[in-house]
Ligand binder design. Structure first.
Ligand code: FES
Ligand code: FE2
Length: 623
């Protein structure tokens, strides 16, 4: 239960025992009296209260010796000089209830469990003298209770205090328990929650959330499933959960809340705080080798064209006509000038207007006074990066540490052989995360790259970086791709069969192998759609030795198309999963280390006020 609460699966729980955890606060409630339980129709059921001597000669279902309640019951019986004959011992109140309902004996248990069985084969009576039963409320140490959970706790506490302080009248007992369960459940139901007290696997549908009581060894729990009990989580809830999980060690972390993939508000923040501010990858500079070569791209709602000028410099411009906002170029190609497809305003490839028909009567209008807005563009190891942010630090500065890791491959010389654009039906973060973990390789890619991948060779940096994350892996000797060509003189030893997989935040990721690279650059198109630019480039010594270049390239592309189809199927599948109302985040494996890093990045960008002070690992290894 501590784990459930620490990981955010449940917002609160009630337990019998004192518990300790750095991530969970255990708050003591007013102790409540234990109750006697009897089979229905038992002669003692005629009594209004049960005392120790009433149980003389009765077969007794006892709690196990290790439970705190057992110890107190034994003391009360000893003080009263009464002897109870133990027929069975159990660690679970619910099992005691079941045995009593089967006429196996009588028992004394906590009232929270007893109330579940009243009317199902047992009767409950106050037990005198009172044997107090401790209840602790468990909640996260890092997160305040939601207003609904707080309201529920207040109700529960109020009823418990009445129960503890009033007399031993059965009506009081039943009244308080009714308040606990029925009013508590009604409170949650009224907020559109799904309520189940008996069986978490068969919840009774009331609304959209779930609230369950379950029984685990030695603890009775009334727990609210945080991800859905509270109806649709607010943006603040989602960001808090992101920060919580990012700040936990990987060994305690969970995946992201499903709501982070399905909230329009979160997507809006991602555009504003991430995509409009970061460097994004357009593709390879070698894709636009000659003057006039261009490739189009999009940053949020801003269409971009990146074009090589007559001076050989790669520049990017707003790809929108200065006349009446028509998009100028689409796809990629080569042009000597840019002609708007609407009214034929014409631009030089440096962005300046050089012609505008029938504008001679527009007072003072001089075409050459107008130029497309230029967008910051930098080339780094052959990658073209663009940003709308005039303040963004230069790429080389942001990726200085990564330079030390990837420069040995000399990837700027790799020759592009394919670039393709797709639209996949998933949230962009799910595809980014999929790229970041090799956990799925032996399973989802067992028919392709999965077979070449020794899992134990998957390596991670001990540091966490501000602008990127990466992992390394090796390829075994059976691999068709991924090992250095014999003419490769740049790489030594293990590096000859090691690949590096950087993700430059937010959405540029590539596999850099000794003989090839392939990459993805993503741009969200909506919550459930992402534009994917995919490309492959080969090391120059590989290209130089090819007898049948076209055939090799065709086979290579066909192979990667297969790998992409495998990924598409899983990332589109998990987006559907993220939309399912009962979905909740699961625990992460050590192989998903980069997903955890990515969560830290998202937390720093989307919730800087709450997360920046709490990224100690980052401070140790910041780039
Ligand atoms: S919108 Fe481009 S020429 Fe009119
Ligand atoms: Fe994959």
């Amino acid at each position: 239960m501590l784990d459930w609460i620490a990981t955010g699966h449940y917002e609160l729980g009630f337990a019998q025992m004192p518990m300790e955890s750095a991530s969970v606060i255990a708050e003591k409630f007013t102790p409540v009296p234990a109750v006697a339980i009897l089979p229905e129709g038992h002669p003692l059921a005629r009594k209004r209260v049960i005392r120790p001597r009433d149980f003389a000669g009765e077969p007794f279902i006892a709690m196990e010796l290790t439970t705190p309640l057992r110890h107190r019951i034994d003391l009360v019986f000893t003080d009263a000089g009464a002897i109870c004959e133990t027929r069975a011992e159990t660690p679970l109140s619910m099992i005691a209830c079941g045995l009593v309902a089967s006429d196996a004996g009588v028992s004394i248990i906590d009232p929270l469990s007893a109330v579940e069985y009243v009317g199902r084969g047992i009767v409950m009576r106050p037990f005198v003298p009172r044997i107090l039963f401790d209840i602790v409320l468990l909640r996260s140490a890092h997160r305040a209770l939601s207003p609904l959970a707080q309201e529920f706790v207040d109700e529960f506490r109020g009823a418990g205090e009445v129960f503890a302080t009033q007399g031993n009248r059965l009506a009081t007992y039943l009244g308080c328990m009714n308040t606990w369960w029925s009013r508590g459940a009604a409170l949650l139901s009224a907020r559109g929650c799904l309520v189940s007290r008996n069986d978490v696997t068969e919840p009774r549908l009331v609304g959209h959330g779930m609230c369950s009581d379950v029984t685990l060894p030695r603890m009775s729990i009334y727990a609210c499933n945080r991800s859905i009990t509270m109806g649709r989580p607010t943006t603040d809830d989602l960001l808090r959960s992101l920060v919580d999980s990012a700040n936990r060690p990987l060994s305690e972390a969970t995946a992201m809340e499903p709501g982070l993939y399905r909230s329009e508000e979160i997507l809006g923040l991602e555009h504003e705080l991430i995509f409009n501010r970061e460097w994004l990858c357009v593709g390879r500079a070698a894709d636009i080798k000659t003057p006039g070569d261009y490739v189009t791209f999009r940053i949020g709602d801003q269409p971009v064209v990146t074009i090589r000028g007559k001076d050989g410099v790669v520049r990017s411009f707003a790809n929108i006509c200065l006349h009446r906002m028509m998009q100028l170029l689409t796809g990629s190609g080569n042009c000597r000038r840019i002609v708007c497809p609407y009214h034929a305003w014409t631009y030089d490839i440096d962005g300046r207007v050089i012609g505008a028909p029938y504008m001679d009567k527009s007072a003072g209008f001089k075409p050459r006074d107008h130029k497309l807005p230029e967008i910051r563009t930098e080339i780094w190891h052959g990658w073209i990066y663009v940003t709308l942010n005039p303040q963004a630090a230069p790429v080389a500065e942001r990726l200085a540490v990564l330079d030390g890791i990837v420069s040995r491959y000399r990837m700027e010389h790799y020759v592009p052989v394919a670039t393709e654009d797709y639209v996949w039906n998933t949230n962009w973060k799910l595809l980014t995360e999929n790229f970041m973990e090799s956990y799925h390789l032996p399973v989802a890619h067992r028919a392709t790259v999965g077979a070449w991948f020794p899992v134990d060779d998957n390596g991670f940096d001990e540091k966490v970086f501000e602008s990127f994350t990466y992992q390394t892996f090796t390829k075994n000797e059976d691999a068709t791709y991924g090992r250095a060509h014999k003419d490769n003189t740049a790489l030594d030893g293990r590096w000859r069969y090691t690949s590096v997989m950087p993700t430059v935040y937010p959405s540029h990721m590539y596999v850099l192998a000794p003989d090839h690279l392939w990459y993805l650059s993503l741009q969200p198109r909506g919550l459930g759609q992402v534009d994917v630019r995919f490309g492959v480039a080969l090391a120059p010594e590989v290209i130089a030795q090819l007898a049948d270049r076209d055939g090799f390239v065709r086979d290579t592309i066909a192979f990667f198309d297969k790998v992409n189809a495998e990924d598409k199927s899983v990332v589109e599948g998990i987006y559907q999963g993220a939309k399912a109302p009962l979905s909740k985040p699961g625990r992460l494996s050590w192989m998903e280390r980069e997903i955890h890093d990515f969560m830290g990045y998202l937390a720093r960008r989307l919730a800087p006020a709450t997360s920046s002070a709490r990224t100690p690992r980052l401070a140790a290894g910041s780039d």
